[in-house]
Design a protein around this ligand. Sequence first.
Ligand code: SF4
Ligand code: MG
Length: 299
Amino acid sequence: MSIPLMTGSGSSMQQYRCANRCTWCDGCGDYGIWTAMQRALVELKIAPWQALLCYDVGCHGNMSDKLLGYRFHGLHGRVLPFAAGAKLANPRVPVLAFGGDGASFSEGVGHLVHAVRSNYPITFILHNNGNYGLTTGQASALTWQDQPMNAAPNGIPERTIHSMDFLFSLEPTFVARTFSGDIPHMTKMFAAAIAHQQHGFAFVDVLQACPTYNHFATHEYLLERCYDCNAEGHDPSDAAKARQLATADTSKRIACGILYQRTDLPHFYDRLVPRKDKKTTPAEEVEIVDTGKWLKRFT
Ligand code: SF4
Ligand code: MG
């Protein structure tokens, strides 16, 4: 990247602490994700004033005022275009976007498609709890098809989207999967996904426990099946193996870790010809302009 990410001057968990109290249900996976994200930022020495955290609408979005730093809470399904635009304005800033499975694979699925194919240099964390938790447990596009849910007591008639197969068909440059009950592993995945911003779009699928409404992929279910594929020798540069692991039947084992990574493709902003060789950011180039003289043409 021609303009490097802002390097941290150091940070601590204390700096991210906020007086607002978390309001998620007991046992919600959001607590672990919230903790791991702060740990990852601290490990990378990124202080709250150095990063931008962008939240979609959903239970996870309530995180936006439960930690300090620059945060944005957007419209349902629209977090990715905002995050991409913010990154364009100031590529020095590490930009993280958070979205749920409902917003990301229904309302905002078009934005996800174009974020991956554009290879925007941002990090996306999918809070994948398999339902719309905030609105009391309706089925999302990732809910298992025959699973009874609120508003669908007989299960949904639509087929479930195979999210990983879909994602790999878009030729991503970074895909990781992790589990909300494993804070050390999430921390490692988040830190790697933030570092990947130098190369492009980083997608992290967090299999998240929602004890209130998800009674199929529970914390215990995920705990029994998730394993670290990198610890078992998986090489993330092996695209064929990565796709095979990501799309394998999850009823027995679920491969977690950095499933796939490539660093040889330029990202979106490095392909913008007008920005080539610029050492300043658009945010630094903004000038105060008197628009009055232009408006006079219309009076
Ligand atoms: Fe967490 Fe589910 Fe409760 Fe939402 S409804 S706060 S995702 S446990
Ligand atoms: Mg959800």
